[in-house]
Design a binder for this molecule. Structure first.
Ligand code: PMP
Length: 429
């Protein structure tokens, strides 16, 4: 596969941007080689600047649940743009998207829009601290909640890929307030709360982890967290930046019957434009300025183009869409598992809805420690063998792949056929 133009652009980019990129995992550090510079996307496909075509299972890391350039989303953004790109004042489009969100999650009494998932989680944490008057926070090893200081402790995603569990630059005085435990271990949470429950403002978790690769919650784990938080006066924050509107109409909260105190969104809610949101209980959310004293703000918050893209995306998502995503993703997961077995590759295919990861491990993968035991070198060979065959997977073992509604059964068959050969290459070494 010719990559001359990508190679040239990457050399230039390294002179402009740290590591040649504007977000770490894009640099292919987890798998080696030159990242492909993308020229355009349509439906389930992307083309790089050298003209190579790929079936895309990254989907901009989750937002593109309808695929690239969905006609309704494009039209909505163009229509909005004609009326102005930003007002810095309230506008009707915020109400439209807000109402769509609440139709899908009626328990969400108040919400606020911002421009990224990081902003949403950072604000939710500040709010939980402001509301409870407590400083400590419990997060789980391997969960990634964006690049905000309090959450860059034992984080997954690029932090894991690059081996930077505790980023320099986060003051120790701040990091000491972020307690961490293994995910899926409810007994450990019980023990911690017995000991120091009175100082913990909130527990934040991904409901299905995507940022360590896909990890599936054990039955009762999420419900147990909610129960423990309630018993100890801590807030339960479900970070649905990745799972919200992806796993089901009502997100993971709908899927698992959760009613957290606060929830955070990003990705799908913006349909590919920069949007984040946080929301939940009215008595908690009313502490946010200007209703209350906890400060949060953003110049481009509620941006009309972003609101339009989010509204068009959520409007298009129906129960039928989620059924289609489930079918395609189940077929893909089964085909990948079968292809791996045929090649003699020991893998675990973890999947919930349209999020999935092929872990190169012979053992079940259910937390950060078991994910770290995977053969990342094998994954790297598999990744490159797939890329060569025109299948673009996340360039790290510790990320989720996403199926979109633009993928066809034929796309899935093509992907599985590529995987049959790619697993053989991965095993050969
Ligand atoms: N929370 C979760 C669960 C995420 O997956 C991400 C992004 N991958 C974030 C927060 C941060 O979102 P953003 O990159 O939009 O800041």
């Amino acid at each position: 596969m010719k990559t001359d133009y990508s190679d040239k652009l990457f050399a230039k980019a390294k002179d402009l941007f740290p590591g040649g990129v504007n977000s770490p995992v894009r640099a292919f550090k987890g798998v080696g080689g030159t990242p492909r510079f993308i020229a355009k996307g349509r439906g389930s496909r992307m083309w790089d600047v050298d003209g190579n075509a790929y079936l895309d299972y990254v989907g901009s890391w989750g937002p593109l649940i309808l695929g690239h350039c969905h006609s309704d989303v494009m039209q909505a953004v163009q229509d909005a743009l004609k009326e102005g790109s930003s007002f810095g004042a309230p506008s009707p489009r915020e109400i439209r998207l807000g109402e769509l969100v609440r139709q899908r999650m009626p328990w969400l009494e108040r919400m606020r829009f911002c421009s990224s998932g990081t902003e949403a989680t950072t604000a939710a944490i500040r709010l939980a601290r402001g509301f409870t008057g407590r400083d400590d926070l419990l997060k789980f090893d391997g969960c990634y909640h964006g690049a905000g200081d309090p959450l860059l402790v034992k984080a997954g995603s690029g932090v894991e890929t690059l081996g930077l569990p505790d980023s320099p630059g986060v003051p120790a005085d701040l990091a000491k307030h972020t307690l961490t435990l293994p995910w899926n271990d409810l007994a450990a949470v019980e023990r911690l709360f017995e000991k120091t429950g009175k100082t913990i403002a909130a527990v934040i978790t991904e409901p299905v982890v995507g940022n360590m690769g896909v990890l599936v919650p054990k039955p009762g784990f999420l419900e147990g967290l909610a129960r423990i938080c309630k018993a100890h006066g801590a807030l339960f924050i479900v970070d649905e930046v990745m799972t919200g509107f992806r796993l089901a109409m009502g997100g993971a909260c709908g899927l698992y019957g959760l009613r957290p105190d606060l929830v955070t969104f990003g990705k799908v809610i913006g349909g590919g434009l920069p949007v984040g949101a946080f929301g939940g209980r009215a008595d908690v959310m009313e502490k946010i300025a200007p209703a209350g004293p906890v400060y949060q703000a953003g110049t481009l918050s509620g941006n009309p183009l972003a609101m339009a893209a989010g509204t068009a995306t959520l409007s298009e998502l129906s129960e039928a869409t989620y059924r289609k995503l489930e079918q395609l993703s189940a077929d893909l997961a089964a085909g990948l598992a079968e292809a791996a077995a045929a090649a003699g590759a020991a893998v675990q295919v973890n999947r919930v809805g349209s999020m999935l990861t092929v872990f190169f491990s012979g053992e079940p993968v259910f937390d950060a420690a078991s994910a770290r035991k995977c053969d990342a070198k094998r994954f790297g060979r598999f990744f490159h063998a797939m890329l060569e065959r025109g299948v673009y997977l996340p360039p790290s073992q510790f990320e989720a792949a996403f199926v979109s509604a633009a993928h066809s059964p034929e796309d899935i068959r093509t992907t599985i056929a590529a995987a049959r050969e790619a697993f053989q290459e991965a095993v050969r070494g």
